[in-house]
Design a protein around this ligand. Structure first.
Ligand SMILES: [Zn+2]
Length: 257
């Protein structure tokens, strides 16, 4: 009987101490942040290698039929688009509702050798954005002695063949405008509502991705020319400046909220 009274007394004492905060309650793992509302189909893969054997990576988000391809740094010394594209991938994963019915394919670095070496060209000195098999192409040492002579250009061509995108955005510097090729004028104007870059038709460059995708294949393509000073901005500032314009391309013709 005495034992039972002692046990009951201890239980009451423990309960009082626990509720008064003197005894640490059992700790369970904490869930930090929001629980995802949807699982986003995601595929991250190496789609090929550069002349100097650097991997060229591609991130595919979503599984819808409306496809947007966004790529950066095809010119290695115009690299501000790379952190912007990475920031875009984070934003999309936090906002799966934007990927409903859509697929977004991101290539953050199209010319990794040029980026590492701080040059416009690839490791063979070829301007990749003149190496595509467009009707206006010319063969030179700088544009490649043959169309698609460069592995990086072949990778981009294969990417377009594989995904058959509804629109393409290629991010460059420093011409400070939204240029377009093919049936992309309304897309360019749509994106222009969400950033300070003016819409401007620069004219087709021989053998460029714009000429190939826009004029030869008839795919709306934007050459998104940011400014020289954007190289000094971090990804947060780049996102504040241009993020909504990229989202506008993805949800086109819908508006960005
Ligand atoms: Zn460029």
């Amino acid at each position: 009987m005495n034992k039972w009274i002692k046990f009951s007394t201890l239980c009451i004492l423990f309960g009082v101490l626990a509720f008064s905060g003197c005894v640490e309650p059992v700790q369970y793992p904490q869930i930090v942040g929001e629980v995802p509302t949807a699982i986003i189909p995601t595929r991250y893969r190496i789609v090929g290698t550069s002349v100097q054997r650097r991997p060229i990576m591609c991130l595919e988000l979503g599984a819808g039929s409306d496809v947007t391809v966004i790529m950066a740094t095809i010119h290695g010394n115009e690299a501000a688009g790379t952190p912007l594209v990475r920031r875009l991938s984070w934003y999309l994963r936090e906002h799966p509702e934007l990927l409903s019915g859509r697929k977004v394919v991101l290539m953050a670095v199209a010319n990794p050798d040029g980026m590492v070496n701080g040059t416009r060209y690839n490791a063979k000195g070829v301007d990749l954005n003149r190496n595509f098999e467009a009707a206006n192409r010319i063969n030179t040492k700088e544009t490649g002695l043959l169309p698609l002579s460069e592995p990086e250009a072949v990778i981009i061509k294969r990417l377009i063949q594989e995904y058959k995108p509804d629109r393409i955005v290629s991010i460059h510097q420093p011409l400070n405008c939204i240029d377009y090729d093919g049936p992309a004028r309304t897309l360019a104007e749509h994106m222009g509502k969400y950033c300070a870059l003016p819409v401007k038709k620069l004219g087709a460059r021989p053998g460029s991705l714009g000429s190939y995708a826009g004029e030869t294949l008839g795919i709306p393509i934007i050459t998104f020319e940011m400014t020289e000073a954007d190289s000094k901005l971090n990804s947060v500032s780049l996102w504040q400046k241009y993020g909504r314009a990229l989202l506008a391309a993805i949800v086109y013709p819908d508006m960005v909220r």
